[in-house]
Design a binder for this molecule. Sequence first.
Ligand code: ADP
Ligand code: MG
Length: 376
Amino acid sequence: MKNKDTADSFCLYYTFNYAKGVLLLFIYRIALRDIERKVREMAKKIASEKLDEEDGSIVIDADEEQATIDDLPGVGPATAEKLREAGFEELLAIAVMSPNELAEQAELGEAVSSKIIQGAKKMANIGGFVSGNKLLERRKEVQKLTSGSAALDELLGGGFETQAIVEVYGEFGSGKTQIGHQLAVNTILPSEQGGFDGEIFYIDTEDTFRPERIAQMAEAVGLDPSVVLDRIHVARAYNSAHQMLLVDEIKKLSKNIDVKLIIVDSLTSHFRAEYVGRGMLATRQQKLNRHLKELKQLSDVHNALVLVTNQVMSKPDAMWGDPTKAIGGHIVGHASTFRLYLRKSKGGRRIARLVDSPNLPEGEAVFTVTAEGLRD
Ligand SMILES: Nc1ncnc2c1ncn2[C@@H]1O[C@H](COP(=O)(O)OP(=O)(O)O)[C@@H](O)[C@H]1O
Ligand SMILES: [Mg+2]
């Protein structure tokens, strides 16, 4: 009996000590994790301070002061994640939405969306009015890019402008992609030769970007093809969502790259293939609209040119109505600053018609596509 008691108390003693050990280990691990986290945060802080010092820029907005979507009323981690996934990184982007738009795009309830929008309106930096003089100042920064054809440049008042979206539309083979390639090459030329001495982002949706063609055109203007190809950053977009994500990527990359030309060739092909039929029309237009707004923002921020291409049907098509109407309809039309309608003519010539411009008359120019590129 006595022996059993002793055995029991021994057993109890060891169990108790074992449990104590496990508990201590647990507490120790938690403490260690906390220390690790603190060290990581400190390292991050030091790194970011160093970065600010290195690029010599003055950082005005301290992180603590600038509100983010996580600070919005009613937004927990899950909702913030949904907003980010739908592309709403900034408060201003949310502030300008309507509740049902936000509800649909971020997959939230309408009441929640409405509350979030109200919060964003209060917290976002909305910006304000600027004087006409200030705008004139900004317009003075506009640069013009040569196309290689004097007639086409003249039609556009001296070349393709920065701070603008130019939509080139026309049927298959009318020369839209050729214009894209030529403008990419010319962007690298120094300004004395009608270039921007800048870099290019090229979003290719139809797999029609050809480095060989770039090399051919580069040699024709006396540039080293390898230097040119090095400054053209190409991404293949696999669907419309990917295409829109690539614009976010450009936003990030353009902090370190002097972007002067952004090409989306073609702007509409994925949207057209994915959003089929009347019922999808509204959604398609909304997405295209957002896509274009983001592109326009980039063109303003970086004083860059955005070139988008758009195909029209060569044969009348009951589904799409007027065969000479560009896909995407009036939304693309309104969002773009200039619209060029291309058509093929005799002897390999192309006719470009300026359809819409805020300050230039309508007109036409004839140019050719040669082995060297665009010429008169
Ligand atoms: N190396 C080249 N030399 C001369 N012409 C070319 C060359 N490459 C393409 N082209 C011309 O460009 C046309 C294709 O134009 P493209 O820009 O691809 O049309 P799309 O409007 O469909 O984008 C060809 O039919 C041809 O006339
Ligand atoms: Mg093309």
